[in-house]
Design a protein around this ligand. Structure first.
Ligand SMILES: C[S@@+](CC[C@H](N)C(=O)[O-])C[C@H]1O[C@@H](n2cnc3c(N)ncnc32)[C@H](O)[C@@H]1O
Length: 300
């Protein structure tokens, strides 16, 4: 089965242009508040899916080890610059639709600002489910099609698509907004139970962001975030989901090599060949370069 297309950030200056120079200090701080409310204080092995340049990674400091995963190696290189290379961070280039990890491995995962690039969101979420332990915490952020602005635009006839229907809307190629109910249904179908919902970025308005300091606006956002338990009309929604009990649970291996499975054949005994990992079952070779395990394509 072929995988859905990937929104490729290779060579992108996303971190700089969108976050650092893009006037998004308010959104960044509001997300930090939401994450703090949802993250377990401690944990052993966290999987950060679509980590980009590692903007959020320092917020997971309570975890012993963090797998920083992204499809783009240039994003991962930026994450390395920010976080450094140490035993705490394991940098992995891979496709969310084809994760190279043993089933039932992680005690926590986050996926922030990534689902909106998924043309087949349920399939991506199923991959995440497979690699989580029973009881693991999964923090998912998604772009909400049922946001206030979209509803207003639809009701006055300025927008063709309905924010009220359950199917995702692709507003720009490979950029999707989702209905909160659809996301809840997908998660429930995969065996997750939702423990908390926070609405984030209530005040994403140019005028307010210009007039009110980012820290103050984010603090106000923080006051409103718990209303997400009742209704969700913000552009961004955070969900804390807990993995049900049926999945496999693994001892978390000490050796990095033992976290992986071959994404081609599922073989679990990859061998370290210094500049690559070899799968003895299907002979696939996966590059290991510049501190990054690269599971996107087999080596030629
Ligand atoms: C909008 S950025 C968000 C980065 C980071 N989570 C943040 O909030 O700052 C989306 C990231 O998802 C990654 N991505 C998109 N599709 C992916 C896929 N199929 N597999 C792995 N990463 C993917 C991109 O490379 C990009 O770094």
């Amino acid at each position: 089965m072929t995988n859905p297309p990937i929104c490729n950030y290779e060579g992108s200056d996303y971190q700089k242009s969108f976050w650092e120079q893009g006037g998004r200090a308010y959104e960044d701080r509001a997300e930090a508040i939401a994450l703090k409310r949802m993250l377990p204080k401690f944990g052993k092995l966290m999987l950060e899916l679509g980590a980009g340049a590692g903007r959020n990674t320092p917020r997971y400091a309570g975890f012993e080890r963090i797998v920083v995963l992204d499809y783009s190696t240039t994003q991962l290189a930026q994450a390395q610059e920010r976080l450094g290379r140490s035993d705490k961070y394991i940098y992995v280039a891979a496709d969310v639709y084809r994760l190279p990890f043993l089933d039932g491995l992680f005690d926590s995962a986050t996926m922030i600002r990534v689902l909106h690039h998924m043309a087949d969101a349920p399939r991506a979420l199923a991959q995440v489910r497979n690699v989580l332990q029973p009881g693991a915490v999964f923090i998912l952020e998604f772009a909400n099609k049922l946001n206030f602005k979209a509803m207003m635009r639809y009701l006055i006839g300025k927008q063709k698509w309905s924010p009220f229907t359950l199917e995702p809307v692709e507003f720009v190629e490979l950029n999707f907004d989702f209905h909160p109910k659809a996301v809840r249904q997908w998660l429930a179908g995969l065996g997750f139970s939702i423990e908390k919902t926070l609405t984030v970025s209530h005040f994403r308005l140019g005028l307010l962001k210009r007039l009110i300091p980012a820290g103050l606006l984010a603090a106000l956002d923080g006051l409103f975030q718990p209303t997400g338990a009742l209704w969700q009309f913000t552009p961004s929604v955070f969900v804390k989901a807990k993995m049900g009990g049926e999945n496999k649970q693994r001892e978390i291996p000490l050796e990095v090599l033992d976290l992986f499975k071959c994404p081609e054949c599922g073989g679990e005994d990859l061998q370290d060949k210094t500049d690559h990992l070899l799968c003895p079952s299907c002979q696939s070779r996966w590059a290991a370069h510049d501190g990054i395990y690269d599971f996107r394509e087999t080596m030629k």
